[in-house]
Design a protein around this ligand. Structure first.
Ligand code: AMP
Ligand code: FES
Ligand code: ZN
Length: 312
């Protein structure tokens, strides 16, 4: 950043947003970042005026950036916000995450709901499966949708990033998996009763940009990685490598895929509802209830009864 000047105020710049060919100082960065998110939200109609938004915050940089930018947008679009944090019971990692989210919610003056997975009969370390992360994804999606549905939110917002989408898209193209690729929407409308609309306002923002933003705004966030996350994500490494050579690649790629997905319309498989809990399912029992049943302490009949009877 030698001798570069901030495009907004002329002071020495500290970062360059290569996709936008703009250098900025730390003081001007947050407003620029927020204007980019606002542009995405309006251009792709991700959020509509007067919506009640449940913001899913893990405590990591991306969802912290999401909560802060939505706070900024709330007065412009007359949104009402509430944060949901899911405590997954992963020891110190979950304790620290919850602490960070509590601090953030207080700072941004947004009401907070913390859901504990243990209240549903199990925790992530108790899941007896090889792919713990995929079980964790099932649990998070379920609890977010359930809370949003019960409390009549219009949408659930998550901090999925441009890196997430680009890696997901490339992986599915490489695997010829078009059905999954077409699920790729910055705003995925509800397709059945009981399914709340999902929005991803940061789908054009890279993780690098999110980190610069939360640091410039001095927002609390947790940099620790979940102990169950894989050591590296090779698809993300690949898309970032292309980005290094072709600035703007990731954003253009995800925009293109989202356009194709929107034009092809969504194919909806037949919808069922779980016989145990009543939430949406692809078979008689939903993925969350299956997880819950196989994760309760083996042989503990009372626990099993408590679990199956939980929602009855
Ligand atoms: P991940 O699936 O961990 O990549 O997270 C994607 C998005 O899901 C995050 O940006 C958050 O919006 C949301 N999320 C992940 N973990 C949690 C959590 N423990 N509590 C609430 N929201 C979460
Ligand atoms: Fe879900 Fe790590 S946060 S397995
Ligand atoms: Zn169920």
């Amino acid at each position: 950043m030698k001798n570069a000047k901030c495009k907004k105020c002329g002071k020495p710049a500290v970062v360059k947003f290569r996709t936008y060919r703009i250098s900025l100082c730390e003081a001007c960065l947050p407003a620029f970042y927020e204007s980019l998110v606002e542009r995405s939200v309006k251009r792709h109609r991700i959020l509509r005026e007067n919506e009640r938004v449940l913001v899913a915050v893990s405590g990591g940089k991306d969802s912290v950036a999401l909560a802060s930018t939505l706070k900024n947008l709330a007065s412009k679009l007359n949104l009402s916000l509430e944060i949901i944090h899911i405590n997954l019971g992963i020891g110190e990692y979950s304790e620290k995450s919850e602490e960070v989210v509590r601090e953030l919610a207080e700072m941004l003056e947004i009401p907070l709901q913390v859901e504990h997975l243990s209240d549903f009969g199990f925790t992530i370390p108790a899941v007896r499966m090889r792919k713990v992360c995929s079980a964790c994804g099932t649990a998070k999606r379920y609890l977010m949708n359930r809370y949003a549905r019960l409390h009549r939110f219009d949408v659930v917002a998550t901090g999925h990033t441009c890196d997430d989408f680009a890696a997901f898209a490339l992986k599915n193209i490489a695997g010829g998996n078009l059905e999954w690729l077409l699920k790729f929407q910055p705003r995925a409308e509800s397709f059945a009763e009981g399914v709340v609309t999902k929005v991803r306002p940061l789908f054009e923002r890279t993780e690098e940009e999110n980190l610069l933003y939360v640091k410039a705004k001095k927002l609390p966030f947790l940099a620790d990685k979940c102990p169950f996350s894989p050591p590296k994500d090779e698809w993300k490494e690949i898309v970032r490598e292309i980005e290094r050579k072709k600035a703007g690649f990731m954003r253009n790629f995800v925009r293109g895929i989202a356009k194709i997905a929107a034009e092809s319309g969504e194919s909806v498989a037949s919808v069922k509802y779980c016989k145990i809990c009543g939430e949406i399912a692809s078979s008689d029992v939903c993925a969350f209830c299956k997880l819950r049943l196989r994760s309760v302490v083996a042989g503990s009949e009372n626990e099993m009864r408590r679990c199956t009877g939980y929602f009855m």
